[in-house]
Write a protein that binds this ligand. Sequence first.
Ligand code: P1T
Length: 389
Amino acid sequence: MKYNLETLAIHAGQDPEAMTGAVTVPIFQTSTYAQEALGQPRLGYEYSRTNNPTRQAYEQCLAALEGARHGIAFASGMATTNNCMYLLQSGDEVLCSDDVYGGTFRFFTKVMSKFGIKVHFVNTSDLSQVEKSLHPGIKLVWLESPTNPLLKLTDIRAVCKLAKANGSLVVVDNTFMSPAFQRPLELGADIVMHSATKYLGGHSDLVGGIMATNSDEINETMRFHQNAVGAIPGPFDCWLALRGLKTLAVRMQAHARNAQALAEFLESHPAVRQVIYPGLASHPQHALARTQMQGFGGMISFEVKGGLQEAKTLVESTKLFLLAESLGGVESLIEVPATMTHASIPRERRLEMGIADGLIRISVGIENFEDLKADLEQALARAVSKTFV
Ligand code: P1T
């Protein structure tokens, strides 16, 4: 029987526990497992870095949601990115979307460069640039779509075709969409990865990462490195993530409903210069968003009239929108990428890419829409002087 995402989120990998029938997967908070005899573990569990039943349930569930055969969990989104790099050899090259999470940019430029991996940052929204930049040395293409924080989209299916012809693997960071709204493996990607800290966990109470693939070969290599390198999540964090997954579909609908209405409100506000949200007709890739994604997500970026000072006043004036890094939790958050999540990108490069000093990013939570709108309304009034309105 083939089940739909909402059902898989609640049942995949989550049969009642064998001994007691517990309907919720228990937290197997153990580092090791007693063996029947020398070299004979009971059910294949030997040591929790290698395998743990709570982690396994979470990995199986996320894999099912992404339509994948395999899921592999890590201690954070960055640990997942790091482990994907173990698929490469020194001397290999990577083509990466130019607008990515600041930590991803920092990792590629400051860490991987020391190990002989060269990363080329390209506007992957422009297929001709991807085509021009691919060459036999590029072994891996790293896509973020929508990007963080400019919400640029990449035509994943088209880039996968180009990459395949070049013999390159494609990894898609699906953090902003979650499998509820976008399934990159179905579009041809080899690996889909997440910061599980965000929508998968959904409650801002854990840090985690996870990837999924249909390739047995990739699974074997990555699982070997999961154990050999050891950046694994603990059983309690896996349990929290699994608990989060159960409500992923309903949460994503609520995030997207609020975000669409807030984006429209912001776009019509006289103090707002520009709003970026894939669900707006004004988004340059709105048509692609409609075909590639099943929802537009909960992230909005916008600029208020004025500059950094107005942005600062605004983010310090909201009461429900908490001034904090991160995203994807049930509560609404607000931040300034230039000085927070993307501060690790040099200013000239940021400006060149369109991340203005005063750009504001909001992660729209699932609170009442009217309350969220009123909060932004009062903060906008405080931030932007009448001369700009
Ligand atoms: O924080 P961590 O779980 O290690 O995930 C890193 C990461 C990877 N990919 C994307 C698209 C991300 O947004 C992140 C983390 N991002 C934030 C903390 C942020 O506020 O944007």
